[in-house]
Design a protein around this ligand. Structure first.
Ligand code: GTP
Ligand code: MG
Length: 220
């Protein structure tokens, strides 16, 4: 029954414009948009998947890279089961800045979570500023899964989820075959692309333009 499907929260972190929403869009809908629509507050999506023969629901939290929304993020990290930190391989700063989120997630002592570092925009190889090796070494040192992708071409995206994240989820959360764990943290996550309620911190948000967190984007 639908209500019994275990739910797992996945949060996307990283600088503005690194391609968090684009990776999510590629993963969820196999689509890509050239036009940049910066995320406002937080976007929420959900997707059903079969992992190790078991049905699960992934609750996907797409955070905003803009500095003014940063204060909202730790409360979402706190109960995420999978933490994805994204940088742009053509922007060294975006890689350097991942350290902030890597440390923040470590500080929150989420040993029970899965951590992933993602280098995006591999289609722009000629503009690369971050080598695969330095990112891989950094990820290994921090105990992160590492993968490079292109949300634009789709390269690496399926591979990342199907061959790295899902097998790790199956192992860590005991999904499938031997029996499924109750979803992640027992969340009552929404069934579809509904807005996430920002409870206590909602008053910290800027004035709404068509909704702070309901999947509305702002054109830059
Ligand atoms: P914020 O919501 O502002 O934090 O940004 P974001 O991290 O969600 O970035 P977004 O997905 O909106 O992408 C930013 C810009 O980069 C858009 O113009 C995308 O089209 C572009 N982009 C995203 N991924 C890729 C990629 O793999 N290759 C190339 N060439 N462009 C990409
Ligand atoms: Mg975005």
């Amino acid at each position: 029954m639908t209500e019994d499907i275990p739910k797992y929260k996945i949060i996307f972190l990283g600088d503005q414009g690194v391609g968090k929403s684009s990776i999510l869009n590629r993963f969820s809908h196999d689509k890509f948009e050239e036009e940049y629509q910066s995320t406002i507050g937080l976007d929420f999506h959900s997707k059903n998947e079969t992992i190790n023969g078991a049905n699960v629901r992934l609750l996907l939290y797409d955070t905003a890279g803009q500095e003014k929304f940063k204060s909202l993020i730790p409360m979402y990290i706190r109960d995420a089961n999978i933490i994805l930190v994204v940088y742009d391989i053509t922007l060294k700063d975006s890689f350097t800045h991942t350290e902030h989120w890597v440390n923040e997630t470590k500080d929150l002592k989420r040993e029970d979570a899965i951590f992933v570092l993602i280098g995006n925009k591999t289609d722009l190889e000629e503009k690369r500023q971050v080598t695969t090796k330095e990112a891989e070494d950094f990820a290994n040192g921090k105990g992160f899964i590492f993968h490079e992708v292109s949300a634009k071409t789709g390269e690496g995206v399926e591979d990342l989820f199907n061959n790295k994240i899902f097998p790790e989820m199956a192992k860590k959360f005991n999904i499938g075959e031997e029996g499924e764990e109750e979803g992640g943290d027992g969340t009552n996550g929404q069934d579809n692309n509904n807005a996430v309620k920002l409870d206590g911190n909602q008053q910290n948000l800027p004035p709404k333009k068509g909704g702070c967190c309901g999947g509305k984007n702002q054109k830059n």
